[in-house]
Design a protein around this ligand. Structure first.
Ligand SMILES: NC(=O)c1ccc[n+]([C@@H]2O[C@H](COP(=O)([O-])OP(=O)(O)OC[C@H]3O[C@@H](n4cnc5c(N)ncnc54)[C@H](O)[C@@H]3O)[C@@H](O)[C@H]2O)c1
Length: 349
């Protein structure tokens, strides 16, 4: 088992292994009134029973909440329904919430933990590749119809525990989506860690992945960044590399493209803006080989409107995270954005 300590304001540990042996080595279960698992229908169908049967050793009462898969469940309405269930089934301040699923469940259950009874402890048991990113760092949120993740908090878990054998049931689409964030961490590694794992990751992707090793490397990048800037006052914004165009694309495509795939396109865009045509072209080549979902390109203005609402902007100026010799967050003029957009369209049509 690999263990990664996270020195956040409340420190915790991430573990990665091929089983749930972490359960016997943690102190979370002591004096719990109940354990409250939040999951989605797909994860519940594939892994719910096995997980449930292991939890019985640790609490007399297990509350089990299942929501519909997909970001539509990340809403205040779901929170209200969950709170009602929790109250009816006797959850209180001594209840431990477990987020059992991908990034959607992690954000939802983490937000629930941050507001239920003014805050109860929670842990993350991630079941997607993408969640190596979302489960670490303590950002929890639900969506508002006007903006994704608009209602949220910084709320650190007591721990994050990956059993990578659960990743075997992911669809190729969900694996690719998760790889989007892992590849982002690989690009950032040369700026954040002592050595880059970019080249090694692309080599490893040619054969079967050793998820414990590679997710641990991605988590190490995230750990290093959030330990320096837990509340996104500075360097944590680097993690938005690829997200300015990626989020715009995701939104114009009305979420037909999963998050990580949109970020892959977003990183090609950002490399072109950075003047790094070589990295842009080699990422595009890899994406084409992986059959990444094709984009139904719309006129530039549709994307511009979405980019105008990006959180990194200041006074209406669109700002991008760019990777040059150093990481820079740079204002970009509209004519440069349009030229880059036309290049992307030309490459993919
Ligand atoms: N908090 C953060 O820092 C942060 C960072 C990045 C993304 N996010 C959020 O994460 C979410 C995206 O994460 P995601 O891609 O993990 O989404 P997800 O949780 O919606 O999972 C994607 C799909 O995979 C299914 N699934 C999950 N585990 C499975 C398994 N083991 N086998 C088969 N199917 C499985 C789910 O049911 C779902 O249909 C978004 O809501 C995004 O906003 C949060």
């Amino acid at each position: 088992m690999v263990k990664i300590p996270i020195a956040a304001s409340t420190p915790y540990e991430v573990t990665l292994g091929h089983s749930d042996s972490w359960m016997s080595n943690v102190s979370y279960w002591k004096d719990r009134s109940a354990i409250w698992v939040v999951t989605d229908e797909t994860v519940n169908r594939l892994h719910g029973e096995a997980f449930h049967s292991q939890l019985h050793r640790f609490a007399e009462q297990i509350v089990w909440s299942v929501v519909e898969p997909g970001d539509g469940s990340k809403s205040l309405q779901t929170i209200e329904r969950l709170v009602e269930q929790g109250l009816r089934e006797g959850c209180d301040r001594h209840t431990l919430i477990i987020a059992f699923g991908g990034g959607m469940v992690g954000d939802l259950a983490g937000f629930l933990a941050s507001v239920f009874m003014r805050g109860v402890p929670y842990i993350q048991v991630p079941t997607t590749v993408l969640a190596h990113d979302s489960a670490v760092g303590g950002k929890v949120a639900v969506n508002h119809p006007l903006a994704k993740n608009a209602i949220g908090a910084f709320y650190q878990p007591l721990g994050v525990h990956y059993n990578v054998s659960r990743l075997e049931t992911l669809t190729p689409l969900e694996v690719r989506s998760g790889l989007g964030e892992l590849i982002k961490h690989a690009y950032l590694s040369r700026h954040v860690l002592e050595s880059s794992f970019e080249v090694d990751l692309f080599k490893a992707l040619e054969s079967e992945m050793d998820w414990v090793t590679w997710l641990a490397k991605g988590i190490d990048v995230k750990r290093t960044v959030v330990e320096q800037d837990e509340r996104e006052q500075g360097i944590r914004a680097w993690l938005n590399f690829g997200h300015t165009f990626g989020h715009a694309l995701e939104s114009v495509e009305t979420y037909r493209l999963p998050h990580g795939e949109a970020i892959l396109y977003g990183m090609v865009f950002a490399f072109l803006l950075s003047g790094d045509v070589q990295r842009a072209a080699s990422l595009k080549k890899w994406m084409d080989e992986q059959d990444v979902t094709p984009v139904d390109w719309k006129p530039f203005d549709a994307y511009l409107e979405k980019m105008t609402h990006d959180k990194k902007n200041r006074k209406g100026v669109i700002r991008f995270v760019l990777l040059r010799d150093e990481v820079v967050i740079e204002p970009v003029q509209i004519d440069r954005l349009q030229a880059t957009f036309e290049k992307m369209k030309e490459w993919w049509t």
